[in-house]
Design a protein around this ligand. Sequence first.
Ligand code: AHM
Ligand code: MG
Length: 336
Amino acid sequence: MKEYLGMTLNEFIIRRQSDFKYATGELSRLLSHIGVAAKIVNREVNKAGLVDILGDYGTVNTQGEAQQKLDVYADAQFMQALRASGEVCGIASEEEDNIVTWDNVLSKDGKYIVCIDPLDGSSNIDVNVSIGTIFSIYRRISERGHKAEEKDFLQEGIKQVAGGYVIYGSSTMMVYTTGRGVNGFTLDPSIGEFCLSHPDIRTPESGTLYSVNEGYYKRFDQGIKDYIKYAQEIDKQTNRPYKARYIGSLVADFHRNLLKGGIYIYPRTESAPEGKLRLLYEANPLAFIVEQAGGMAVNGGDRILDLKPNDLHQRTPLIIGSTNMVNKVVEFLENE
Ligand code: AHM
Ligand code: MG
């Protein structure tokens, strides 16, 4: 994979596609369309402080949260790019109540569906903290030639053909997997291209970072409380105490832990028994990536990728990161 270093996203996608004898190129085209939309969103995110684009849009999304202007902008950009791609027959977005489909021959013939959180961590937009886009691609199960149906979106995460995210941070990166390892591309602003900078990402089996909103400590199950206390104990052999790192922007917290080794926990709480994060467009794509990088993702008892969704905006507890750390949390939950 080292020989691909510096290659643009498009070159990489084409090169990898030609490794597949029977690949038709549709998924490759779709991934490059996502890359183009990400660049456009990135341009707006970068100048967010300069123009009148910050702040409340004055509407609420399907979960009753105030939408930011950039959320709406990002949603519109990805919708447009995915529709134009012709490979997609429908989209489920955090910003849309229902699935979005189109009544034209090209779209109805699309082979794939996309689940997307166009701009995650939107409460961080106004304060210049890293935010992200998270996406997941599935092959449709309904018949081609017709509009996508809800059942196309309610597939287990294990059926994903690709999962990825874009982080708009100190630099902008796109990280994705198609089930053959995880690769990261950094946007080179001088040429306007994502270039392969992190080939074949592997996450450490054990890390020293733990990320959880400890403000909700009193609302957590005993097992999670016990793990937090364990993380804070002094033990040279296991490098404890671990360092607490919580940005409150899932992509940024996940990305750091993926590269450095660590665990991100958004458990169920007394007031949110299903947790906060969404299965289809937050937990599943990140779970696919972490597993491909050698890590683990569970909801407490079960593997995230095995969960059968029954709702587009279904929430799930999420415990994700370095394998040894995730297993330790599971052990605490089993013994509570
Ligand atoms: P959002 O999709 O409304 O932006 O919410 C998801 C965000 C994640 O990015 C982040 O990890 C989490 O919510 C933070 O939640 P909390 O403020 O409860 O810790
Ligand atoms: Mg979100």
